[in-house]
Design a protein around this ligand. Structure first.
Ligand code: HEM
Length: 118
């Protein structure tokens, strides 16, 4: 299941950058890619929830990991929506970068799946 989780967020990030470049190019296809990206948000959350469900008890750090994971998704949406509206995306990008690093660190430190940092 960790592989499914990783696959979903890697694909989501690829779709995110594709949507962003379509957005910048002013292509109408951005709508479709954004919709598929939103479907992948749901898959990230679903696979993350299954990982949580597999645990006998949920230590606090897992809650932090899940909240930060949701925040990454929120920051991705913020970048795309603000770019669409022509607003400044700098704060959204900074948030995305910081929470993404925290989520990677926590995910890889926590006991399931790969542990590069523990
Ligand atoms: C884009 C957002 C997300 C990213 C980049 C991300 C990234 C990761 C990474 C790198 C791992 C480690 C996998 C491994 O050790 O093999 C992981 C594990 C996990 N993720 Fe996420 N995740 C995200 C969203 C979520 C969400 C929304 C939830 C909760 C609903 C969640 C719950 C979990 C859980 C429970 C684990 C297992 C932790 C462990 O290794 O023991 N993740 N995630």
């Amino acid at each position: 299941m960790t592989h499914a989780h990783i696959t979903t967020w890697v694909i989501a990030f690829i779709l995110f950058f594709v949507a962003l470049s379509l957005q910048n190019a002013g292509s109408p296809k951005v709508k479709m890619v954004h919709m598929v990206l939103r479907l992948f948000y749901l898959l990230i959350i679903a696979t993350g929830a299954v990982l949580l469900y597999m645990l006998a008890s949920i230590p606090p750090l897992y809650i932090v990991k899940a909240v930060m994971g949701l925040w990454v998704i929120g920051a991705m949406e913020m970048v795309l929506i603000r770019a669409k509206k022509g607003k400044n995306t700098q704060m959204a990008w900074i948030q995305l970068a910081i929470v993404f690093i925290i989520v990677l660190y926590l995910g890889l430190k926590l006991p399931l799946g790969f542990h590069i940092f523990s």
